[in-house]
Design a protein around this ligand. Structure first.
Ligand code: PRP
Length: 221
């Protein structure tokens, strides 16, 4: 599917060596919450950099101390949409790159038994105030939370939406693209699979993954 801003609906696992290095530190079970939060913020900045490479620009003359030349400034209003609570840790890094972005929080948690997303916070105004939304959530597991978030944003009136996460399961990518094929997915890595009832861990976790990104950031695990 194409749009005014290029081809949409692709999966972009980062090939950057720094992203792979930082993700390795993030996966390590001995990484403590303070370091974990720093890594989440740093990876978020790198992934948002990659996710924004097709943003439209407004061309305008700019006066340097020496002469006049052509400059380019951002032409689209951007919204950062962190999914509470694990997405909160990605805002800092994303905002460093996009200080003019609006931040609209969505509260969604995954019911531990049904794995279905439950919405609990949404203060979006009636009319959309941005043209591109970057959903920030470290994990794309079953895809239920991301689908629910995109549903909310499309109902709000935004048509250009990208998902920026740290890791994704193939099952979550398939689920999100089966409902919203136009949403680009930017992650540090696509992992092997989701855990099932046959695993010695709760079902629905990303494998090999990094555990629960919310618990590991906030020290609640
Ligand atoms: C995690 C994660 C996503 C969701 C992904 O949140 O941050 O929001 O699960 O799972 P899904 O793709 O199967 O929907 P969680 O429900 O653990 O809430 P938290 O962020 O408050 O820890």
């Amino acid at each position: 599917m194409s749009s005014a801003w290029g081809t949409a609906g692709n999966v972009y696992p980062s090939a950057h060596p720094l992203a792979r290095h930082k993700l390795t530190l993030l996966r390590r079970k001995t990484t403590e919450p303070k370091k974990f939060r720093e890594l989440v913020a740093e990876l978020a900045m790198m992934l948002v950099y990659e996710a924004t490479q097709d943003l439209p620009l407004h061309l305008e003359p700019i006066e340097t101390p020496l002469t006049v030349t052509q400059g380019a400034t951002m032409a689209a209003k951007i919204g950062l949409i962190p999914i509470l609570r694990a997405g909160l840790g990605m805002v800092e890094g994303a905002w460093k790159l996009l200080p003019q972005a609006e931040v609209w929080h969505l509260g969604l948690y995954r019911d531990e038994k049904t794995l279905q997303p439950v919405a609990y916070y949404n203060k979006l105004p009636t009319e959309p105030t941005v043209q591109l939304c970057l959903i920030l959530d470290p994990m794309l597991a079953t895809g239920g939370s991301a689908i629910a978030a995109v549903d909310v944003l499309k109902n709000w009136g935004v048509s250009r939406i990208k998902f920026v996460g740290l890791i994704a399961a193939p099952e979550g990518i398939t689920a999100l693209h089966s409902v919203h094929p136009d949403v680009d997915i930017h992650v540090a890595a696509v992992d092997e699979r989701l855990t099932t009832r046959d695993d010695p861990f709760p079902p629905g976790f990303i494998w090999p993954g990094l555990g629960d990104a919310g618990d590991r950031q906030f020290g609640t695990g």
